[in-house]
Design a binder for this molecule. Structure first.
Ligand code: VG1
Ligand code: CO
Length: 542
């Protein structure tokens, strides 16, 4: 039976960079999940009888929330829910399933790279029919609805058995429990030269993939160890755990330190890789060399034609604004356009749908292409494997040649986490207020060329998104960017992105923090980070 339940709005159900993210106890409040899910459904039209894809990264509270979503989808009139077995579907796999099965949309339960568990983070994100995150006009409508909601509808049916594949029903709606890996693995096989990668492994190539006890374990095991013949044990931390083993499933040099240390040691395999909680981020480390995500995007763009799915070449490259300009140099050389979007994958969807861009990436370890409408961790790893298999060189050789051809963009991001929100807002407001006066000023030995607050004009739908980050450009081509995170759940996180282009090949082997030392000092003094936040140094450097 379908029940209508009276409710009252909750404050703050505003989707951020990638959906609604809060601490688990916030989501556990009575009606909290239901209010948000009903606000999503109330903001959509035309889904009667259509398919909704539902899955998550397996974190704590995943299963309970999936049961609610299924019962509410039945009450709302969806015709079918496709849900990953065990409630598991990585973010890129969800995008793949939505597209392949022409679903109306999907709901992804994840807080990505943030920790899970009873005191950890949780999240709900709605994706539209192209498989990508809902664009801003949809998330704005969801938020507006959440502020006025007075009731929601839910079936009082028994919980669905999520562990047995096959078809059941909730009310009139079909529930199809699907293999979470199958469609995705098939798509990967259609894009990459699995035969060449198999030969690579058969020839003694070694790798470690750290799934960080998160969602990619089953995908990586099936594809890398299963289909491609990588040695058993190549995938470590391969079982998705509700608390990710107590770690941050964040594939960066801080949280994947064990992997990094291995790749820097004399026991290093040829390639180290990792992915995040929901499987959309990637970390690539060659023997003795970490590849920054910004460089990885540029390298993938320059070499994509070596993979069968991209052999006709790429139409354009898109990167988020804080991502380094390395990819722009590749676009220039290839004679294709590069696009600069605000942070978050939702801005790439229009460019991909319109065929303007083929490859996209973010400095935050996100890379992907037009094969789905999310960034895709394993895709990036397979792309690297395909490139390595064809070029028969090491990661370090390939990166070195790339820098010699295009120059090197030294790049680092400094995060100041859990800063007092009011202090962070004041810091940004102060910077914004000073923008006009910065040009021409000499700071810490460098001269400011111009400064602005990034605004994006979507070339496809004409929408304008403002206040996406303060950019300070220097006359030597360096850049510092400031923005506040839109994914955090406690206080504010100030992200400071620092970049310098170095054309001189004799200066391509410097240590990054040293190469950027003058800019790093300016990045702290210019907005007086210590005075305003009490922080002398960042919490995380990537
Ligand atoms: C961060 C990253 C951004 C990424 C987003 C979602 O956002 O900077 O590049 O798209 O996380 O990634 P923010 O607003 O905190 O800077 V995921 O892997 O969390 O879905
Ligand atoms: Co993620």
């Amino acid at each position: 039976m379908i029940r209508t339940v009276a409710t009252t709005p909750f404050d703050g159900q505003k989707p951020g960079t990638s959906g609604l993210r809060k601490k688990v106890p916030v989501f556990q409040q009575p009606h909290y999940v239901e209010n948000f899910v009903q606000s999503v459904f109330d903001s959509l039209e035309g889904f009667e009888g259509e398919t909704l894809v539902v899955g998550g990264d397996g974190r704590y509270f995943n299963r309970e929330t999936i049961q609610k979503v299924i019962k509410m989808a039945a009450a709302a009139g969806f015709g079918r829910v496709m849900v990953g077995r065990g409630g598991i579907l990585s973010t890129p796999a969800t995008s793949c399933v939505i597209r392949k099965h022409e679903a109306f949309g999907g709901i992804i339960l994840s807080a990505s790279h943030n920790p899970g568990g009873p005191d950890g983070d949780f999240g709900i994100k709605y994706n539209v029919g192209n498989g990508g995150p809902a664009p801003e006009h949809v998330t704005d409508a969801i938020f507006a609805r959440s502020k006025t909601i007075g009731e929601y509808r839910i079936s009082d049916a028994e919980d669905v058995d999520l562990d047995t594949p096959g078809i059941t029903r909730v009310e009139d709606m079909v529930v199809d429990v699907i293999d979470p890996v199958e469609d995705y693995a098939e798509l990967m096989g259609s894009l990459f030269d699995f035969g060449a990668i198999r030969d690579l492994f058969a020839g003694g190539f070694t790798m470690r993939f750290d799934a960080m006890s998160a969602v990619t374990g089953p995908y990586a095991k099936a594809i890398l160890e299963g289909e491609l013949g990588a040695a058993a044990g190549t995938v470590v931390h391969g079982e998705p755990l509700p608390d990710f083993g107590g770690h941050h499933p964040d594939p960066n040099l801080v949280h994947a330190k064990e992997l990094y240390d291995l790749l820097m040691s004399d026991k290093a395999p040829d390639l180290g890789a990792a992915s995040d909680g929901d499987g959309d981020r990637n970390l690539i480390i060659g023997r003795g060399l970490f590849v920054t995500p910004s460089d990885s995007l540029a390298l993938i763009a320059a070499n994509a034609h070596l993979a069968p799915g991209y052999k006709a070449g790429i139409a354009g490259i898109a990167r988020s604004m804080p991502t380094s300009g390395a990819a722009d140099r590749v676009a220039e050389k290839l004679g294709i356009k590069s696009y600069e979007t605000p942070t978050g994958w939702k801005f790439f969807g229009n460019l991909l749908d319109a065929g303007l861009a083929t490859v996209c990436g973010e400095e935050s370890a996100g890379t992907g292409s037009n094969h789905v409408r999310e960034k895709d961790g394993l895709w990036a790893v397979l792309m690297w494997l395909n490139i390595l298999a064809v070029r028969k060189q090491s990661v370090a050789q390939i990166v070195g040649e790339h820098w010699a051809t295009y120059g090197r963009n030294y790049y680092t991001r400094h995060d100041y986490e859990e800063v007092d929100s009011a202090a962070a807002d004041a810091l940004m407001a102060d910077l914004r207020g000073r923008l006009d006066g910065l040009a021409g000023q000499m700071i810490g030995g460098l001269t400011v060329e111009k400064a602005d607050d990034f605004a994006y004009h979507d070339p496809v739908d004409g929408s304008v998104t403002t206040k996406q980050g303060v950019r300070v450009f220097f006359t030597d081509g360096s850049r510092i960017v400031y923005r506040l995170s839109g994914t955090g759940t406690a206080g504010a996180t100030l992200r400071v992105y620092i970049e310098r282009f170095e054309p001189d090949a004799s200066r391509h082997a410097l240590e990054t923090q040293g190469a950027l030392a003058d800019l790093i000092a300016i990045s702290r003094s210019l907005p007086d980070i210590e005075g305003r936040t009490g922080r002398k140094a960042p919490d995380v450097i990537t």
